[in-house]
Design a binder for this molecule. Structure first.
Ligand code: ASP
Ligand code: MG
Length: 404
């Protein structure tokens, strides 16, 4: 017994006292062969309830108080889980972000982790006590409570795993692992035994919802092997491997999609140096993440500049574009929210040509019009009409025989 494993339990996994009891059993078993550090989410639905409550006095509550409120769900679940472990004769102690100095930036609701007191956590572990740490929470230099964004407990777990040099970070959830695509859309989607970190980064970034994207980025940056598995069913889950160990790579490993997208097109902008920067600079300054970016060949010195963002950023982007209007001239701004994005991801694409044409052929035979195509080394992203997204995913899943 020497190695540390960080176990993170999501909201549904700790959604009731019965579930917390089941989770305590998982921890108890795991603690027989490894040192365990636990990170918990709030009990399922709690964060949403707190967010709703926060809007009672104002639609736009004070950001500091908002985080102070919505971070409390994790405080509840961590203490309860410690109690459940006590009832099984296991030593455990709950810890809030401030107790382990989980330092973050002061961008409330989107805070980024700066540092965490690994020594403190390791002292608890050495005392044969299981630390149960609140996910999602952080603390600023000045001592204010912050949160890491929805799904942020994943990032807490990976960050802690990185800092304590854990063998692995196990993300327990309500699905059996990472699937070739969402089984709600394609019923014969298959669970993957393993996937490369690179592929997982792309899938998470393109809308696969199993893990917060930032958590995958963290795992990649600090070389933390991650496993995604169910706290409900037995099974090995999906291992996200740091190095690509398989001999033969799948052409396509998974299909991710995102429906909450919006497309902005600046029609007839000048094709001169600095245009892209003048459009996207202020958007990134407003902390909006831009996804697909396309600029076409210009005709008579004018071109179209298109990009997509998450629907929730619609108002911010509109406001920013209103402000930059004086800096850049364009004929027309076209905003289209009736779109969705579908991405094929696979490290095998790197060495084999023809993936794109195979996909396009299948889609053309099924009357799916592709509005934008954009590719990277291991990814092909297509923007389609929102109503066609399920069909697009189904057609591609079948075409690449991902069910096999
Ligand atoms: N409880 C937070 C949320 O629902 C954080 C998490 O579950 O990861 O977003
Ligand atoms: Mg979650």
């Amino acid at each position: 017994m020497s190695k540390i494993i960080v176990q993170k339990f999501g909201g549904t996994s700790v959604g009731s006292v019965e579930r917390i009891d089941a989770v305590a059993e998982i921890i108890k078993n795991a603690s027989k062969s490894n040192y365990i550090i636990v990170v918990v989410s709030a009990m399922g639905g709690e964060t949403n309830k707190l967010i709703k409550l926060s809007k009672h006095f104002s639609e736009d509550p004070d950001k500091r108080e908002f985080d102070a409120l919505v971070s409390t769900g994790e405080t509840v679940s961590s203490a309860l889980l410690a109690m459940a472990l006590h009832s099984k004769g296991i030593k455990a102690k709950s810890y809030s972000a401030s107790q382990i100095a989980m330092k973050t930036t002061n961008t409330f609701s989107k805070a980024k982790i700066l540092d965490v007191n690994a020594k403190k956590i390791l002292e608890v572990v050495k005392d044969n006590t299981i630390p149960i740490i609140t996910g999602f929470q952080g603390i600023t230099e000045g001592g204010d409570v912050t949160t890491l964004g929805r799904g942020g407990s994943d990032t807490t777990a990976v960050a802690i795993a990185a800092q304590v040099g854990a063998l692995r970070c196990d993300i327990y959830t309500d699905v059996d692992g990472i699937f070739t695509t969402d089984p709600k859309i394609v019923s014969n989607a298959k669970k993957l035994d393993s996937i490369t970190m690179e592929e997982m980064l792309e899938l998470a970034g393109q809308g696969a919802k199993v893990m917060q994207t930032r958590a995958v980025e963290f795992a990649n940056k600090y070389n933390v092997p991650v496993r995604v598995l169910s706290s409900f069913n037995e099974g090995n889950g999906t291992l996200i491997t740091l190095k690509d160990e398989s001999m033969e790579n799948a052409l396509v490993s998974g299909i991710a999609f995102q429906k909450d997208q919006i497309k902005f097109t600046l029609h007839g902008v000048g094709d001169v140096p600095g245009t892209a920067f003048r459009i996207l600079g202020p958007i990134s300054d407003a902390e909006v993440e831009v996804d697909v970016i396309v600029q076409n060949v210009s005709v008579d010195g004018k071109t179209d500049f298109t990009f997509t963002v998450s629907s929730e950023d619609e108002d911010t982007v509109k406001r920013v574009l209103e402000n930059v209007k004086n800096d850049i001239s364009f004929k027309e701004l076209i905003v289209d929210s009736n779109i969705a994005k579908v991405s094929l991801v696979g490290v095998g694409m790197r060495s084999q040509a023809g993936v794109a044409s195979k996909a396009f052929k299948a889609l053309s035979e099924n009357d799916v019009n592709i509005q934008i195509i954009c590719t990277s080394e291991i990814k092909i992203t297509m923007v389609v009409e929102k109503d066609l997204v399920d069909k697009t995913v189904e057609v591609l899943h079948k075409e690449f025989e991902l069910e096999k």
